[in-house]
Design a protein around this ligand. Structure first.
Ligand code: DGY
Length: 323
């Protein structure tokens, strides 16, 4: 029997690509350039599985291409707001993602950004590189203490809970959260966490606000000008979720005018384009969407896609089916 044909949209870790070559008739992307809409359509017409990632926009138009051969989309990423899920459902396509394996590394990046923002790490690094450091002095570059402060998490799924554990057990932080559904009681007990009834309540109480909700229409600009004004002037906003959860223009205004002390961002509206307003500010730490970017995690994400499509081609239910 001939091997299923799969198309991979971007370069993957070498060890996973080796597996793909052994198991499938695979089209890899050695030059790692994003595929165009037409190329994605063609992939759906010629392959049994399309393996895109979070930066490939798989729109309703692409999904409705005539004469599709593909039956499954194995997304390399836990977030799948890049795929029009309703259209995939209508087209009878199975969609899978890669949960669990990136939880800790993404939580690490949330803590990294929190520390960078609180302790002015990016600013200090720039000072040294620009040869402007004149030496230690008692009032130089004072930031804010992290240990013992209050962290507020908006969204309380796996990554939020992992972040809260690091903050609570590692830094003695008090945990507040806002989430549409109630988490298991043992998690609340372990973290001595308090559930806020509203986003507004959380914003006004937390020293550090960390965002963990999925992107897309439902959460677009959840953090807007009105809500930023509710935060404490000494508070920091951390976003490792999706860029569109925050209104960038409002955040730039908040940072410039001192409504909040700082921000740490790993994701951006319209990334990789960055609003130039952020580049002029010293009180924002910026990272290029590094949440899951460790060798171990990216290999594990690739393996998770392999397991999902292997199950599908064996006639079984993939573990990480989202549609
Ligand atoms: C995801 O998987 O959704 C991240 O944004 C990239 O790892």
């Amino acid at each position: 029997m001939s091997k299923p044909r799969v198309v991979v949209t971007r370069k993957w870790p070498a060890e996973v690509e080796t597996q793909l070559k052994a198991l499938y008739d695979v089209q890899l992307n050695d030059n790692d350039m994003p595929m165009t809409a037409d190329e994605l359509k063609q992939a759906l017409q010629t392959a049994d599985a399309l393996l895109p990632t979070v930066t490939d926009l798989i729109s309703a138009d692409i999904l409705s291409v005539e004469s599709k051969r593909a039956k499954i989309i194995g997304n390399f990423g836990v977030g799948y707001n890049n795929i029009d899920i309703n259209a995939a459902k209508t087209q009878g396509l199975v969609v899978t993602n890669t949960p669990h394996v990136l939880t800790d590394c993404t939580a690490d990046i949330a803590m990294l950004l929190l520390l960078m923002s609180a302790r002015r790490a990016s600013e200090g690094d720039r000072l040294i590189r620009n040869q402007q450091w004149t030496g230690w002095r008692p009032t130089h570059m004072l930031g804010q203490k992290v240990t013992g402060k209050t962290m507020g998490l908006i969204g309380f799924g796996r990554i939020a809970q992992a972040t809260a554990k690091k903050a609570h057990h590692g830094f003695g932080m008090k945990i507040l959260f806002y989430a549409p559904s109630q988490p298991a009681q043992h998690i609340i007990d372990e973290l001595q966490a308090t559930r806020c009834e509203t986003v507004e309540e959380l914003l006004s109480e937390a020293n550090f606000v960390s965002l963990h909700c999925p992107g897309g229409e439902a959460t677009r600009h959840l953090i807007n000008e009105q809500r930023l004004k509710l935060m404490r002037p000494s508070a920091h906003l951390i976003n490792t979720a999706r860029g569109d959860v925050v209104d960038s223009k409002a955040l730039i205004k908040a940072l410039k005018e001192g409504w909040i002390a700082g921000a740490g961002l790993d994701v951006f509206e319209g990334e990789p384009a960055i609003d130039p307003g952020f580049l002029e500010l010293d009180n924002v730490a910026l990272l290029p969407h590094l949440g899951s970017a460790t060798e171990e995690t990216r290999v594990a994400m690739g393996n998770r896609v392999l397991e999902n499509i292997a199950a599908f081609f064996a006639g079984l239910e993939p573990n990480d089916r989202v549609v």
